[in-house]
Design a protein around this ligand. Structure first.
Ligand SMILES: Cc1ncc(C[n+]2csc(CCOP(=O)(O)OP(=O)(O)O)c2C)c(N)n1
Ligand code: SF4
Length: 567
């Protein structure tokens, strides 16, 4: 039997989607007719894939990235794309986000277009290079794609990358759907080369991981090699840096003017005394509420920053009340309210919308209608299934040995890190005490040892170790700290889906190169049958009066299974 209500709801949604699309195409036609040339090919893709396809079509010569949910699929798409391979687009994984950003900047210096991708916390790692690149500017177009994770589905925090946009005075684009993601990335390269600055593209989990149809446009060729010739621009000695920084500030009026005219910022007319300013993906949610609830609320959509001040002032002047829908922090709500608050605005700061977590059509409908709306409920049959280490995982056997080896000590402090092995925090192991940021296990164990904790033990994965653990190990070596670093080496970056790990087959040499005594680099194979031997190795490492390293080596069974099924 046809569920009539559902049918109506679905057709209304499709209708609203088409209306939005028509309006967008109309805007493109009037404001940027060149963007409309030769529209062709439709594809059903993830938001992440839409970005990858847009970058391929816009002539990138390389993508640089370190995996991180929800950004990983962009680089993976390019790695497996026949078009990208035929175009010789460079795409293997970088060791961390900073090395990725710097390599992308080098490609831009050479005059070619580059894409650099990371999750939001990755930008903290790349921040030094990124922030300074706002001062150098770029040569070939450089687009920084950052995927934020509001609600922290798979992250340690829910920071909002738009802060980095404001912080660096760089232009930022925030698409509201998959088609716009494709269009934004193509536009971002043109903008980057027009204003000679890196352009930030911010997406969030829902957009990255949901599918929609996109329409591709004709691809363009990659830039020819044309290295930068202006050395003063790129050598950030104070005398140059001051000039460059002033040039960046002088560019702000131009960037604001571009936002005022942007095809990605527009108003959807409506009726009533309340208007909505919807940023990025929130626009999609607001339009869904408008259509499913038969409302005609006026909406100002913002997807290009810096803020288009005139558009916003004009919109706000016409409504008594303005709801601000931002996916992420209430950055612009705070700004629009001003220092002393303002009765005109509602949003996350006054509790009209939840202060944390991602938005949804239901949350917006509740805020707009003033009552709780819950379109879908989770059926009772759906049970909560907490994450756990796979059966047969090497980390399991490591933690079993580690817990046994720690039994003789009153003080049990294991500093851990980020990866599948973080699940050792949960029962039955309860094996770790900390997990803060990538690489922190090594340096926190070192600091704890300096403070007098014994044994001071770090557990870190192979990919995390090369990402950010190596420098901490050098600190420990230089200080002759009594610390045991256990590298749980499963030859892959398992947590994000099994990408290559930069240190595979090199970890013992890296540790030796960093100055760890060869006799203190132990290798164990975490298997049940080796339990007693492994406990003995760990105990002896704890008692060494300096830096000891234990490499616990066994392949991730999921990666092994995938490899086997491919052969
Ligand atoms: C700065 C930063 N970049 C990326 C991530 C995403 N991330 C979480 S764990 C992880 C890698 C884990 O690999 P590994 O250390 O080898 O451990 P495994 O999952 O294989 O056990 C990544 C890339 C993150 N949390 N923080
Ligand atoms: S994916 Fe691999 S590393 Fe992660 S829990 Fe499963 S077996 Fe262990």
């Amino acid at each position: 039997m046809i569920n009539f209500a559902l049918f109506i709801q679905k057709t209304t949604l499709i209708y609203s989607f088409l209306l939005t699309k028509c309006f967008f195409l109309y805007k493109l036609h009037t404001l940027a007719p060149d963007l409309l040339e030769m529209i062709h090919e439709k594809e059903l893709v993830l938001g992440a894939e839409a970005i990858a396809i847009g970058a391929i079509d816009e002539g990138i010569s390389g993508v640089y990235a370190y995996p991180g949910t929800p950004s990983t699929e962009i680089t993976e798409y390019i790695q497996h794309s026949e078009e990208a391979i035929a175009k010789n687009i460079r795409s293997s994984w970088s060791t961390n986000e900073k090395t990725a950003y710097e390599a992308a900047l080098g490609m831009s210096y050479a005059g070619k277009r580059s894409l650099v991708c990371m999750k939001h916390v990755g930008l903290n790692v790349a921040a030094d290079a990124f922030i300074n690149s706002a001062v150098t500017g770029v040569n070939g177009g450089l687009v920084l794609l950052v995927a934020d994770d509001p609600s922290m589905h798979s992250s340690q925090n829910e920071q909002d990358t738009r802060f980095y946009g404001k912080f660096t005075y760089l232009p930022l684009l925030e698409p509201s759907n998959q088609q716009e993601a494709y269009d934004c990335v193509r536009f971002a390269y043109q903008l980057s080369e027009q204003v000679k600055l890196p352009v930030i593209l911010r997406i969030t989990t829902r957009l990255s991981h949901s599918r929609s149809v996109i329409v591709r446009r004709t691809a363009i060729a990659a830039n020819a090699l044309s290295p930068e010739t202006d050395r003063n621009k790129w050598i950030l000695l104070p005398a140059n840096a001051r000039k460059r920084y002033n040039a960046l500030l002088a560019m702000q009026d131009k960037l604001t003017e571009l936002s005022e005219k942007s095809v990605f910022n527009f108003e959807t007319k409506g009726t009533g005394e309340t208007g909505i300013i919807a940023f990025g993906l929130a626009y999609n949610y607001v339009m869904e509420v408008n259509t499913t609830r038969n409302l005609q609320l006026p909406v100002l959509k913002i997807s290009q920053y810096p803020l288009p001040e005139k558009l916003i002032k004009d919109f706000c002047s016409r409504y008594n009340k303005v709801l601000i829908a931002e996916e992420g922090f209430p950055i612009y709500e705070e700004l629009l309210r001003g220092f002393f608050g303002n009765d005109k605005f509602a949003g996350r700061l006054d509790g009209t919308l939840p202060r944390t977590g991602e938005l949804s059509p239901d949350k917006l409908a509740s805020a707009i209608l003033g009552k709780t709306i819950k379109t879908y409920t989770v059926p009772d049959i759906v049970a909560n299934r907490p994450p756990e280490l796979c059966q047969g995982c090497s980390h399991r056997d490591l933690y079993e040995a580690l817990n046994k080896a720690m039994e003789d000590y009153d003080s049990k402090h294991v500093f851990s890190d980020i990866g599948c092995y973080t699940l050792g925090a949960l029962p039955p192991y309860n094996a770790i005490n900390t997990c803060v940021d990538m690489g922190a296990s090594v340096t926190m164990a070192k600091g704890a040892s300096d403070a007098g904790i014994h044994p001071a033990v770090a557990v870190i994965g192979d990919s995390t170790f090369t990402h950010s653990g190596m420098t901490g190990l050098l600190d420990a070596v230089n200080d002759k700290t009594q610390v045991t670093i256990i590298i749980s080496d499963n030859y892959t970056t398992a947590m994000t889906g099994g990408q290559d790990s930069a240190g595979t087959n090199k970890l013992a040499l890296i540790c030796e190169g960093l100055g760890v005594e060869k006799s203190q680099i132990h290798t164990i194979v975490p298997l049940k049958k080796n339990l007693e031997d492994n406990i003995a190795v760990l105990k002896s490492a704890f008692e060494y009066k300096g830096v000891s390293v234990v490499l616990a080596c066994r392949e991730c069974i999921q990666t092994a299974r995938r490899k086997k099924s491919k052969n």
